[in-house]
Design a protein around this ligand. Structure first.
Ligand SMILES: Cc1ncc(COP(=O)(O)O)c(C=O)c1O
Length: 423
């Protein structure tokens, strides 16, 4: 029954029933974790054969002895593979170290210290800001917070960031230098930026050194058979007259091994030259043996897509399970809404305003760890205290079922509490 149309007495009875159910949940002594979007062990097993590569076969197809120093831009064949997956082309794509997040971090730091190719002075010469579509990825916001860059929330809609809001902010504020964006199966909503929104973002008036950090972490992480083709975002940027506006990131972290994959960075030639110049002070080259084993194992872009279909077979049922439980337990009560992603690693659950932190706390006390309240927002502050990020991939199916059922009980109980408070 819809909680919003219940009488006070009905609400009280419902709360008492839920309280009993919650006590039973607590008595079960659970220890479950729905926090981080990590692949499950069965997903990691898919890439186990890669661990025996490259063996004695340590020469890359272009003749590079991968045991030695050099090749700061990465193996050409892997650049080609990434260039196809991200629709950025071989020449504009680098294959780098193990973490795309580190590349993003370094680019922010290089820009603060030196400015980028279009900056009149270092970003740190004056207070600067970043646009942050919300809810978004906590670690993006962690980078900008660490370096004192002011973050401005803009709504993330099902077709991408609210372009009007971005336009209004950018028009009269040249101190806005960047924007975080997860364009495909966004973390945590699962939303994907459409061609139209992308073109409009690329055409906006902004400071010449404004950059979109196009973090395509989930470019190929589809839960459905017909995934959308990646937008040729660098070509679109050039067409819009802003060829240097976009930095594209990705990695194989959730394709092969999380934390032991290969990162990709793609951008205009000017931006790549700038990046390589700066990173060359820090490294003589990436781990080419790891790059080579990726190449030998994945072979090409089709190989990656086939591999991702195997991931999909494992995780799509887990997403469906979460959606079924949400529907079954929360559907009638009308106290929550949630996204139904076609890819990525998360489901974004919105509960009654003012109850996300309480729901997360109740779950924690029952032994179910959820991502901390507010995590998907700059400064860890969810203005409505309503968003909860659900990460279905890591637990087993049985753990996931128990955990989600528990989360639903906590969300319902918190809802009755605030509704009674305001009755
Ligand atoms: C949007 C997004 N970007 C980047 C990362 C991390 O990528 P990497 O392992 O390449 O550093 C994650 C991991 O959860 C993510 O969700």
């Amino acid at each position: 029954m819809n909680f919003h149309s219940m009488s006070v007495e009905e609400l009280r009875n419902t709360r008492n029933d839920l309280q009993k159910r919650y006590e039973t949940l607590c008595a079960a002594g659970l220890k479950l974790d729905l926090t981080r979007g990590k692949p499950g062990a069965d997903q990691l097993d898919l890439s186990a054969p890669m661990l025996s590569l490259p063996g004695e076969n340590y020469t890359s197809p272009n003749g590079t002895d991968c045991r030695n120093y050099g090749g700061v831009s990465g193996l050409p064949e892997l650049r080609e593979l990434f260039g196809e997956l991200f629709a950025t082309g071989t020449d504009r794509t680098l294959a780098l170290g193990n973490a795309s997040l580190q590349v993003m971090h370094d680019i922010v730091v290089f820009s603060l210290l030196h400015g980028n190719v279009d900056s009149a002075r270092p970003w740190s010469a004056e207070p600067i800001k970043f646009l942050c579509p919300v809810p978004g990825y906590d670690r993006h916001f962690g980078i900008t917070e660490l370096y004192g860059i002011e973050m401005i929330n803009v709504p993330m809609n099902p077709n991408g960031p609210d372009v009007e809001a971005c336009a209004a902010l950018l028009a009269d504020d040249p101190s806005i230098k960047g924007m975080w964006l997860v364009p495909t199966y966004s973390n945590p909503t699962g939303y994907t930026v459409t061609d139209d929104v992308a073109r409009r973002l690329l055409a906006l008036d902004a400071a010449p050194d404004f950059r979109i950090f196009w973090d395509n972490a989930y470019a190929v992480h589809t839960l459905v058979e017909n995934a959308p083709a990646p937008l040729p975002i660098l070509d679109l940027a050039a067409e819009a007259g802003h060829p240097d506006r976009v930095y594209v990131f990705g990695s194989t972290s959730k394709i092969t091994f999380a934390g032991a994959g290969v990162a990709a960075f793609a951008s205009s030639k000017a931006n790549l030259d700038w990046y390589v110049e700066h990173i060359s002070a820090a490294t003589i080259g990436p781990d080419k043996l790891n790059q080579l084993r990726h190449l030998q194992f994945l072979v090409d872009a089709d190989g990656v897509r086939a591999h991702m279909a195997r991931h999909r077979d494992i995780i799509a049922p887990k997403f469906q399970l979460v959606l079924d439980i949400l529907d079954d337990r929360l559907g009638d009560a009308k106290i929550a809404s949630w996204t139904t992603p076609e890819g990525g690693y998360f489901i974004s659950l919105d509960v009654v305003d003012g109850t996300a932190a309480r729901t997360i706390e109740l779950a924690k006390n029952a032994g179910i760890a959820l991502t901390a309240a507010g995590s998907a927002f700059p400064y860890k502050t969810d203005p409505h205290d309503r968003n909860i990020r659900i990460a279905p991939t890591f637990p087993t199916t049985d753990e996931l079922r128990t955990a989600m059922d528990g989360v639903a009980t906590c969300a319902l109980l918190s809802a009755t509490e605030v509704l009674l408070d305001s009755a």
